[in-house]
Design a protein around this ligand. Structure first.
Ligand code: FAD
Length: 676
């Protein structure tokens, strides 16, 4: 069906761009060369036969069929990447990162990826926690898919967050130099490990090994939780080994290509060398050697959480792109007679014939201010997450260097920042993806819009690698350290007026966020102190009683960080046009999050009713400024159609044709035809 021309409404939007789109794309990628490199990688991946198969290709499959397709397809594409030299455009590792993450994850048409845990968790865990000998032994087999690993981390049927409560045991037997692993109760069954399921139809393609986290016992003493490599299957016929029961936990809200499973271990024996021993060791006679520093295990966690921020940023960019393009071509209702009419000939270029605007005479829904107030804060937040991620990634590389030189001092602070940004980015993305979906009315509810898949992936990320509330409380616990309180007393001085003339002043806004963060932290700290000293309760109980306020303090601290990163980026070297539009987005980002927590800004930053009136007027102005740039801004994300995989978000804007094409793929339509 597809037309070969672009919807005139999108042509009109693209004809009025006040900034250099390519410059903004380069800025987001990290430079001109980085953009070229990314585009070359994308083109290479898409050139692999069968990589991209269109919109809604697998939407109609059942649980089992979908999973089988996912395993076969992933293995084929990953295999093709591994054996080629990729024509010099990049490395398989880079391609894998794109395919497993939020950028090209949707390209394969799957919902998650069955090999993501293997490459994204199992192998990094061996690299991060294994000795050089262990890395040599396991890494090559893992990389070439001779073995496939899943990650039976801390989640059991009865426990997730509370690591110390974990019931799985690994008892050392010095005579045999083996560990004996058991999940002794129903509640101790490992639950959720990704890539773990047993499927006869695809036998050989699912997990052969697991990293199992268990309570280590040696010489009669419990030494806490440690990671072990546990073989799961007979490598000849792939049946489960003796003492191992393994299965699928059933269909989930999302991530159905990544087969989350369960695992029961009954007296499973593994050699002593299968304990990952980079940090802690058990010697042949059972002597336990503690890790030199308990902070050493933070490194892998930080990396994974930083990667989650990047993925959330990409997922939100996709959702905003889809919703903004759709809102530019969707015409509905009227504002006033003649509103929004324009001369089609003025935008139709010579490359395509003069064509009708679908719904001409009605208004582009992007012109409704309520629609703008849904989409533009989402757009600004995508930039906000991006700049926060960029900063924390740079920090990660720096801190890693320090750690390699034996200096661990900066690791805890980075760990806390990564916890907070993971919770904030997954929360923001989940919230705004849903806003974008709702902004597309009924069509947003279709699988072919891609919103359900994007939403599911963001919702899942709010849970795994640290459930968000629990992460916020970790940030708060760090902030409550009494030695930090001096900092919070000293820095936050309310500098008064938010506006310079009529313009919302970014430095003053940033200061207001700082006042709120420090005010919230101070107030929580004093509350905790008085609960302990006057209420006569212990620190932990006081933490629980104050936990709602503590979460708010942690959120305020991280939001201030994100606003600070955004403001800093606006001040970087760039052309005036790009700086202007980024400045506008930064103001909208700050204003949106300020209005979300208005009470705090009134209490801690002394925002007055006069300021509030001014803020509401500014909101209208910012939305008007962004309106003509919106389509160009999402174009600058540079998400090609094969990455968006959405009937609503394609670059050409021919949504009705794409929706119709996707609908025809429903197997129910084939049923009707065959009866005719
Ligand atoms: C798609 C997906 C993939 C996953 N993949 C894996 C995997 O590969 N391997 C693996 O091991 N696990 C995996 N998990 C499991 C995941 O890591 C856990 O679900 C997560 O850690 C939360 O634990 P829980 O489910 O036990 O929730 P709980 O810890 O029971 O939390 C339930 C509620 O209690 C609250 N709560 C809990 N403790 C506290 C506290 N101390 N203070 C305040 N509130 C608290 C939480 O905020 C939450 O609201 C996956 C989960 C999902 C959704």
């Amino acid at each position: 069906m597809g037309k070969s021309f672009v919807n005139p409404d999108l042509l009109k939007e693209r004809a009025s761009c006040s900034f250099n789109k390519e410059e903004l794309t380069n800025l987001l990628d990290g430079g001109k060369e980085a953009t070229e490199h990314r585009r070359a990688l994308e083109s290479y991946i898409l050139s692999i036969p069968g990589a991209f198969e269109g919109v809604s290709k697998y939407d109609h499959l059942g649980h089992k069929e979908f999973y089988e397709v996912a395993v076969a397809k992933s293995k084929k594409i990953m295999g093709a990447l591994q054996v080629s030299n990729m024509e010099g455009v990049g490395t398989p590792q880079e391609a894998f990162q794109m395919l497993f993450g939020g950028w090209m994850g949707s390209t394969l048409g799957l919902d998650g990826n069955p090999l993501a845990v293997h490459y994204g968790m199992f192998l990094p865990c061996i690299l991060g926690q294994g000795t050089p000998e262990q890395i040599v032994k396991w890494l090559h087999m893992g990389w070439t898919l001779e073995i496939i690993g899943c990650y039976a981390q801390v989640t059991e049927l009865g426990h997730g967050t509370f690591v110390r409560g974990l019931e799985t045991t690994a008892v050392y037997d010095p005579k045999a130099e083996e560990f004996i692993l058991n999940t002794p109760t129903l509640t101790s069954l490992k639950w959720w490990p990704g890539g773990c399921e047993f499927q006869v139809a695809v036998v050989g393609n699912t997990a052969t090994h697991a990293i199992v986290v268990a309570q280590l016992y040696t010489r009669g003493e419990c030494r806490g939780v440690h990671p072990f490599i546990v073989p799961l299957r007979n490598m000849d016929d792939h049946s489960p080994l003796s003492g191992i029961e393994i299965g699928d936990i059933g269909r989930r809200m999302a991530f159905n290509a990544a087969d989350n499973g369960f695992l029961r271990l009954t007296n499973v024996r593994i050699p002593r060398e299968n304990l990952l021993m980079k940090h802690a060791q058990v010697l042949q006679d059972g002597t336990y050697i503690r890790p030199a520093n308990s902070k050493l295990s933070y490194g892998t966690m930080v990396f994974v959480r930083v990667m989650i921020c990047r993925d959330m940023c990409n997922q939100l960019k996709k959702a905003v792109t889809i919703a903004t393009r759709y809102s530019a071509v969707r015409r509905q209702s009227e504002i006033s007679p003649g509103y929004g009419k324009y001369n089609i000939a003025s935008v139709n270029d010579i490359t395509q014939p003069e064509i009708d605007v679908p719904g001409a005479g009605e208004v582009q829904i992007l012109d409704f201010v309520t629609q703008q107030w849904k989409l533009f804060p989402a757009l600004a937040t995508a930039f906000g997450i991006h700049f926060g991620f960029q900063y924390v990634m740079e920090q990660y590389h720096q801190v890693n260097e320090h750690v390699n030189n034996g200096d661990l001092d900066t690791l805890p602070q980075l760990h806390i920042l990564s916890c907070g940004l993971k919770a904030q980015s997954t929360g923001d993305a989940q919230y705004f993806v849903e806003v974008c979906r709702m902004a597309c009315g009924g069509h947003g509810f279709l699988m072919s819009s891609q919103f359900p898949q994007i939403y599911g992936l963001c919702a899942a990320a709010s849970i795994y690698e640290g459930e968000n509330t629990v992460l916020w409380l970790q940030v708060a616990r760090y902030l409550m350290k009494s030695e930090l309180q001096q900092t919070f007393q000293a820095e936050a001085i309310n500098k008064g007026c938010l506006f310079q003339g009529q313009t919302l002043c970014l430095d003053a806004v940033l200061n207001a966020f700082l006042c709120v963060a420090h005010g919230r932290i101070r107030s929580s700290f004093h509350n905790l102190q008085s609960l302990i000293s006057q209420g006569g309760i212990c620190f932990e109980e006081a933490m629980n009683r104050s936990s709602v306020a503590l979460v708010s303090a942690a959120k305020a601290y991280i939001r201030h960080f994100s606003v600070a990163q955004f403001v800093a980026h606006v001040k970087n070297q760039m052309s005036q046009g790009t700086r202007n539009i980024l400045g506008t987005l930064c103001r909208l980002y700050s204003l949106f999050w300020m209005l979300e927590d208005l009470g705090d800004f009134i209490i801690y930053a002394h925002v007055s009713s006069e300021d509030l009136k001014h803020l509401e007027m500014t909101r209208g102005e910012l939305l008007r400024e962004i309106r003509p740039e919106a389509v160009n801004l999402v174009d600058a994300f540079d998400l090609r159609d094969e990455v968006l995989v959405s009937a609503l978000g394609a670059y050409d804007g021919n949504v009705y044709e794409h929706l119709y094409d996707a609908a025809l793929k429903s197997p129910l339509n084939h049923l009707i035809k065959s009866k005719l």
